[in-house]
Design a protein around this ligand. Structure first.
Ligand code: DGJ
Length: 730
């Protein structure tokens, strides 16, 4: 049993393989949070809840006696609500029919179930091997219920949290804030690691102290976005890759979000996470409920590395679904950076033929094949094949590519619409627009109102028609702008605050319908690169385009940052041309390959223009990647050297097979200096006692490679890289 109720102590304790999470019901029914951290067996941890004597810390007046339990602004709780004495960042705000705001949630009941819960209409981790705890609380006055859902996957030290707000009053209420997680600590001296960025520079590692005040990571864009990722790591000051406390958290949601870490006057630290309350207001009629998405969290007392590894395994095995969750994914070539909009059917077939010679297995036709679309000013919304441009039907093109020996894949941007499109001319109301304003364009396009079933059905039918018309094995689902002009013409003014969330629910509904109708298609999510790289999308699509920046040196920071939360198997990574189209930097082809190996590895260039020497190198890479596929995609991932370390010249990543029989190390020199010395890199995760052959040559004991280190070959110049295959000698 992972979840244990102790009748005497009134505690609910969640035990995972290495961690303990505990809550306790206090004498007045308040659900305290008493502990989350390294495993502790069989104890009542509520003794750490102490009193606060400040006269400015309010106390519920009708509670007499033991004041420790009554000062709501100070005690650690499982849920926090504004209005009745807790001034910290709240996780739930409800406005009642009489205009008052506030909840005082009191314990009602709890239920422990086998299996991890699922959420209707929302992505969530799954697992019959897991367990669920549902704790029900009720406001002291109004019939408003809060159901706290805890899911446990003990093997990965994974705990999830979601919330249902239920209105059992006879009037309607307004839910103004409904965050999924409230994680309280009655001490504070933490750092917050987050993943910030911008288009083509996503998920860069950022570490800041949680000072007195609030530290917020958020998106108000209607998508998780490029700017900040819906994930973070709360860690002790001494935390490194291999040392210190690290709480890694990921929001399983693809819309606007808020993560707020705050520290109050008593150094109480609170981390809340959920749907961003900006432009959020849900009306609940009597007997209606609101379901939040879930947050997944894991804890490690040995630093970031085990926390990342836990999330990697859980995302790979208990979040991603479908055929390609485990099956080897084909090595693909995408024509975007090779041709942009300037292609026809013959050009694509010619690229496919050359790629086939190199061992590539899938050809992806990117943007520009449909409607009137030779640039990004028109066509979105019209998912009709432009046969004039292709010179044949889609089915014929797919057949020609199949005959060349490759599977065929296609690009869509289903949520977007250009004003210059037949769909817009027929249904201008399908796009988000405010009644009295000129809509704001981005990339010359608007966003479809996915909260409306009619709009979703239109797009679903158009997509199915295309997908049924040809032998299609892959879909890239793009989203090239964020939402503005949020207004849905179908709902009354009072419910407009629901639309941001209803958009995401609509998107998930569409994704569920499409992905379940086409179980053999490999889906890759994309949003102008990595603008919607989150656990919500990974539930429907096992991989996502990591960034539009394909420069391998830039990718070191991007993929390194991404790896703190997301596994290598989710990171779309392609070899592109040099000089790079985003940075104009020239890099060796080998380095472009080595960096893409630590992702899904594919190509994105015009193979027809490559020299024989370059083709031979790509052929070698494709074969090498396929040889190490299982190891790379399913191995334990280690960040041995960070590209963020100023003093280091190398970024070094490693993957190790779960049975420790083999490993792969990639070292990229991202800048050079004169008169350098050899670099030693201590490997991790090997078996101390096993012997390993390095690149088919010298043999070393595992302990030697881990404690004395691997000596990197010295190389000249910037951007050289080396790959070391480390194989057990039996
Ligand atoms: C943005 C994507 O990230 C690119 O890979 C490409 O698909 C373009 N959109 C096409 O418009």
């Amino acid at each position: 049993m992972a979840i244990i109720f102790n009748e005497q102590n009134k505690t609910y304790t969640i035990q995972t393989k290495n961690t303990t999470y505990q809550m306790a019901i206090n004498p007045f029914g308040v659900l305290l949070h008493t502990y989350y951290g390294r495993k502790i067996e069989n104890d009542n941890l509520a003794y750490t809840v102490y009193d606060d004597m400040s006269p400015f810390t309010p106390k519920t007046e009708d509670i007499k006696g033991d004041e420790v339990w009554a000062r709501i602004d100070h005690i650690p709780q499982e849920i926090s609500c504004f209005g009745c004495g807790d001034y910290r960042e709240s996780s739930v705000n409800v406005r009642h029919a009489d205009g008052t705001m506030g909840l005082q949630p009191i314990f009602v009941s709890a239920e422990i179930k086998n299996g991890k819960y699922s959420l209707e209409g929302l992505p969530a981790f799954y697992g019959d091997e897991g367990e669920t705890l549902i704790v029900t609380l009720k406001d002291r006055v109004y019939d408003v219920y809060l159901h706290l859902y805890y899911g446990v996957l003990p093997e990965y030290d994974l705990i999830t949290r979601a919330l249902v707000i239920e209105n059992k009053t006879s009037s309607k209420i307004h839910v103004e804030k409904a965050l999924s997680l409230n994680l309280d600590f009655n001490y504070g001296d933490f750092d917050l690691v987050s993943f910030e960025g911008r288009w083509a520079q996503e998920r860069r590692f950022q570490r800041t102290p949680v000072a007195h005040g609030k530290n917020q990571i958020f998106s108000t864009r209607g998508a998780s976005g490029h700017i900040m990722n819906p994930s973070c790591i709360l860690c002790s000051k001494d935390a490194t890759e291999t040392n210190g406390d690290a709480y890694a958290l990921a929001f399983v949601y693809s819309g606007s979000f808020l993560i707020s870490a705050s520290r109050n006057f008593n150094d109480n630290t609170r981390l809340v996470m959920g749907i961003n309350p900006e432009n959020f207001n849900f009306v609940l009629e009597s007997d209606e409920s609101f379901q939040t998405p879930e947050v997944a969290m894991t804890f490690s007392y040995n630093g970031f590395e085990p926390a990342s590894q836990n999330l990697h395994k859980a995302i790979r095995n208990n979040l991603c679904r479908g055929k390609y969750k485990n099956a080897r994914r084909p090595v693909l070539i995408n024509n975007w950076e090779g041709t942009y909009f300037d292609f026809n059917g013959d050009k694509l077939v010619s690229m496919a033929k050359d790629a086939s010679e190199l061992g590539v297995e899938l050809f992806v036709m990117d943007d520009g094949w449909f409607g009137k679309r030779d640039d990004d000013y028109s066509g979105l919304g019209d998912w009709v094949v432009n046969e004039r441009k292709l010179g044949c039907t889609l089915s014929e093109l797919a057949s020609k590519i199949n005959e060349a020996g490759l599977k065929f894949g296609i690009w869509f941007e289903p949520e977007a619409i250009n004003e210059d499109s037949d769909l817009y001319r027929a249904h201008p109301d399908y796009a988000f627009k405010m009644p009295n304003r000129q809509p704001t364009l981005a990339r010359h396009q608007l966003i479809l109102d996915m909260s409306r079933k009619e709009v979703r059905d239109n797009i679903y039918n158009q997509l199915c028609k295309i997908l049924d018309s040809a032998n299609i094995s892959y879909v890239k689902w793009d989203f090239n702008r964020n939402i503005t002009d949020l207004y849905s013409c179908e709902v009354p003014a009072e419910k407009q605050g629901e639309i941001y969330h209803r958009y995401v629910l609509g998107l998930y509904d569409l994704l569920e319908r499409i992905t379940s109708r086409y179980p053999d298609i490999l889906f890759e999510s994309c949003s102008g690169g990595g603008g919607r790289f989150d656990c919500g999308m990974h539930y429907y699509m096992p991989q996502a385009w990591t960034s539009d920046d394909t420069d391998p040196i830039e990718r070191l920071k991007i993929q390194h940052g991404t790896s703190f939360i997301y596994p290598v198997s989710t990171m779309g990574a392609h070899v592109s041309a040099s000089p790079n189209h985003q940075t104009n930097r020239k890099t060796p082809l080998k380095t472009r390959g080595n960096v893409a190996y630590f992702g899904t590895y594919g190509l994105e260039l015009d193979v027809n223009k490559m020299t024989d020497e370059e083709k031979a190198e790509i052929k070698r890479q494709v074969a090498e990647f396929k040889q190490h596929y299982e190891l790379i995609q399913r191995g334990e991932y280690y960040r041995l050297r960070s590209p963020y370390e100023f003093d280091s010249l190398y970024c070094v990543w490693q993957v190790v097979a779960s049975d420790k029989s083999e490993a792969l190390v990639c070292a990229v020199k991202y800048r050079t200096e004169a008169n350098t010395h050899p670099e030693f890199v201590r490997l991790r995760g090997l078996d101390e006692n096993k012997y390993y052959k390095v690149n088919g040559g010298k043999i070393y004991q595992g302990a030697t490679l881990m404690y004395n280190g691997l000596m990197l070959e010295q190389s000249w110049g910037d951007y050289e890289s080396q790959l070391y295959y480390i194989e057990e000698v039996k």
